[in-house]
Write a protein that binds this ligand. Sequence first.
Ligand code: ADP
Length: 260
Amino acid sequence: MAQDNATQVVRSSSGAEGAARVVMEARSLKKVYGRGQQSLAVLSDANLSLRHGEMVAIVAPSGAGKSTLLHLLAALDTPTSGTVYFADKAIETNDDDAALAEFRNRAVGFLWQRHQLLPDFTAAENVAMPLLLRGENFTSALGTARKWLAEVGLEDRADHRAGELSGGEQQRVAIARALVTGPTVLLADEPTGDLDEQNAWAVFELLQRLHRTHGLTSLIATHNLRLAARCDRVLGLEHGVLQTREARASASMAPGGEAS
Ligand code: ADP
């Protein structure tokens, strides 16, 4: 295993034809929760470069720090030390609130394992929410939301309350909500973790299609090694450090493709 060295690859080949630009980068990320004897070091030296158009999987056991890493990349939390860059600009979580809200709303789409939809609002209202938060008018936001629901195959469920939809449908609504603002990067935290095998594949294939058709750069934390093996690269997270992992070997390690 080698530490993720995509940064060096891109930099050393910066003059080379076809080298995709780095969209998001993490340098020496460290995250320690708590203080003193109660402190817990989750990330010790996490380095990552996401190149434009890549779909990258992070596979690691529960508790390894996948969510922590994704939250830091999305500026939902602050690293103890180290820096996240988006399009060469350092994201400072002490930036003013407006700049951070702009980053969260436009640069990154976040997909949670448990969809986090508002059950009493309709599917269309849930998808429209990020647009309303950035000040779009209701009619226009709802129109865009309906288009996104059509993209995820749920146009006929647009006016159903989110709480009435099945698990797989709710996750598709959540995908539409994550992408409705047109982000550059999609960060997905175990997006199929709560779904049965059939729905997990359907959701993953939808993510792959949207990743391609919308020119996204995607980072997906997953337990499912067979899904991970379908990504461009697979990273492991061990002792707080990201490492390149051999996708085929990973997939054959556990029957059924599930990590322990
Ligand atoms: P994963 O996503 O790989 O399951 P997490 O990033 O959720 O891992 O958690 C990594 C470790 O950090 C776990 O031991 C978890 O209990 C701990 N942890 C996560 N969030 C907090 C927090 N806010 N405060 C203290 N400990 C936390």
